[in-house]
Design a protein around this ligand. Structure first.
Ligand SMILES: [Zn+2]
Ligand SMILES: [Zn+2]
Length: 241
């Protein structure tokens, strides 16, 4: 397998996470721009899960893929929303909720597990084909800026310094790179890895991102989700699939 592609994709995804974290420390970032990314990402990710990731996982692992996808889905639910006292995508404004002593650490842990599987998904995709790797890379990239933004914003709101909020963001970036690297050593597990990370992606798109889209005051924001779906359909069409 050509190693350059997954490494470049993992690095670009990690850089996007850092860009999101950096955005928080600037005063003039655009809330509307971030919301567009979340909406476009949610639509594209959902379409990629149903049209590309899960069908390929079932092809590789049979019906076991569905169980693994369910486990992946609930792994994120556990780490992001059961263990972590307060976590949601977007700007953190609930100072009382995140003042909880370990809110920051649990948020980094929860998002870190999710970020690890973003990397596993990218690595697995490229093991199957350049097309699948590219599609998964785009699905990850589209939500990486909001992801970095979320963790940095939460850490700052919980009273951490700018420096340690950027360190938290760097942890997520590193977790994604580790996920890509992990699949280099587990090429035989590509089927289960796709199924599991497909479940993770489903959670992030449908349960983390879509509710944030629907909270936006701009009436046209939910339409952007369809633009994400259309983008995935266009890629399929262009690839003659
Ligand atoms: Zn909050
Ligand atoms: Zn992610």
């Amino acid at each position: 397998m050509n190693l350059a592609l997954p490494i470049a994709a993992g690095t670009a995804a990690a850089a996007a996470t850092l860009a999101g974290g950096w955005l928080v420390t600037r005063r003039d970032w655009s809330r509307r721009m971030l919301a567009y990314f979340i909406a476009l990402g949610a639509g594209f990710m959902l379409a990629a899960v149903f049209l590309e990731i899960l069908p390929e996982a079932v092809l590789q692992s049979g019906n076991t893929a569905w169980l693994l996808a369910l486990l992946g889905y609930f792994l994120v639910h556990f780490f992001e929303h059961t263990l972590a006292p307060h976590l949601h995508f977007g700007e953190e404004t609930h100072l009382a909720e995140v003042a909880h002593q370990h809110a920051g650490q649990f948020a980094v842990l929860g998002l870190g597990i999710h970020a690890l599987f973003d990397g596993v998904a990218i690595g697995s995709g490229f093991l199957v084909s350049g097309y699948l790797g590219g599609v998964i890379f785009l699905a990850v990239l589209l939500h990486k800026v909001p992801e970095g933004f979320t963790v940095a914003s939460l850490l700052l709101a919980s009273g951490q310094s700018r420096r340690s909020s950027l360190a938290g963001t760097a942890t997520l970036a590193a977790a994604t790179l580790a996920g890509v690297a992990l699949m280099r050593f587990l090429p035989a597990e590509v089927g289960p890895a796709l199924a599991f990370s497909g479940g993770v992606t489903l959670y992030v798109a449908a349960t983390d991102l879509l509710p944030e889209v629907n909270k936006q005051p701009q009436p046209r924001m939910p339409l952007m989700v369809f633009a994400g779906v259309a983008l995935m359909l266009a890629l399929r069409f262009l690839a003659f699939r």
